[in-house]
Design a protein around this ligand. Structure first.
Ligand code: ATP
Ligand code: MN
Ligand code: MN
Length: 303
């Protein structure tokens, strides 16, 4: 296979005006992946990643001492970042104002990487219409011990049920344990309606097949089942961005998958930075994702 990550991260950052401190600091000790390597990875996938991540409020998983040490989840821009990672003020439901990160180019991703961001989490809505999601996500969370085959089957069944509601969906391996089934929609309904739809959908699955699925967050109720996490579809909730690295064992990546490829995959964490970058260059798993025009307006889950 051709080498997909071929450039020097330090040069890339410099060219984009982001000063990379400690470019050779190892951020994934298991793989010897440095901060500069991560920059080179994001340059390799930028063209396919940016359309998914840009212009959305973001939360970051930051690991200042690398993946093996303490990491934290950062929702708000509290300052101190290079200017290429931008800030947007959102008025909360209670009228208070909060600053969130967003970006619209590769320099923004590199600025976050400079600040030791190992994971990029996205809102389901964009800055220009923050109250109306343009993507839904069904996050399939398997109980301990369930094999990946059961996750694949669940994703396929969810895709099938969505199709029956005339909704196209797109699977993604999370880089962790599960699969996310993503539904791009026109930003036409507000968060409470979107969440109600997703909750109905998940509860319907769980009612129809209680041995396989639960829509209940409680780990105790998960026993041997798949939790259909519809709670990603709340205002302010986030999900991992397509093509983001994960701060997990093995330095895996969250990667878009075509429906007909899904059954061949061994695990949700099967893509490395190298194999994800090669895929970004050579394959197009979601060719019609950004051409899909569909609405949640008037849709409901029949019971
Ligand atoms: P897996 O396939 O292993 O479940 P995942 O990305 O679906 O991977 P998690 O990493 O467990 O699942 O994260 C669940 C969601 O909760 C993420 O999408 C993330 O946006 C959000 N999240 C993660 N950590 C925090 C946190 N500390 N505070 C608030 N939200 C978080
Ligand atoms: Mn999950
Ligand atoms: Mn979850």
């Amino acid at each position: 296979a051709p080498v997909a990550i071929e450039h020097d991260g330090e040069d890339i950052a410099e060219r984009l005006g982001v000063r990379l401190t400690s470019p050779s600091r190892v951020v994934f000790p298991g793989q010897g992946i440095t901060k500069a390597d991560l920059v080179a990875y994001y340059e390799a996938v930028a063209e396919v990643m940016l359309p998914h991540i840009k212009d959305r409020p973001l939360s970051l998983v930051r690991c200042p001492q690398g993946r093996a040490k303490a990491c934290f989840f950062q929702k708000h821009d509290t300052g101190g970042f290079p200017e290429q990672l931008k800030s947007t003020t959102i008025t909360e439901k209670d009228g208070s104002k909060e600053d969130y990160f967003y970006l619209d180019d590769l320099a923004g991703i590199i600025a976050g990487t400079q600040m030791n961001t190992l994971e990029w989490h996205i809102w389901g809505s964009r800055r220009e219409s923050v109250e109306k999601p343009d993507r839904l996500v069904f996050d399939i969370d398997p109980d301990e011990g369930l094999d990946f085959g059961s996750v694949i089957k669940a994703a396929e069944d969810i895709g099938e049920r969505l199709r029956a509601l005339k909704l196209k969906s797109y699977p993604m391996v999370s880089g962790g344990k599960g699969v996310h089934v993503i539904v791009p929609i026109r930003p036409e309904v507000e968060w409470p309606d979107a969440k109600a739809f997703c909750k109905d959908f998940a509860q319907c699955l769980a009612e129809d097949e209680p041995g396989r699925f639960t829509a209940n967050l409680s780990k105790a109720k998960r026993k041997g089942r798949l939790f259909i996490d519809y709670l990603r579809n709340e205002r302010g909730s986030t999900a991992i961005s397509p093509w983001s690295a994960r701060s997990r064992q093995g330095a895996p990546v969250a990667v878009p998958i075509a429906w007909d490829e899904l059954s061949d995959l061994p695990a949700a964490n099967t893509f490395s930075l190298q194999s994800a970058a090669a895929r970004a260059k050579n394959e197009n798993p979601w060719p019609d994702y950004f051409k899909t025009r569909q609405s949640l307006k008037g849709k409901s889950v029949s019971r």
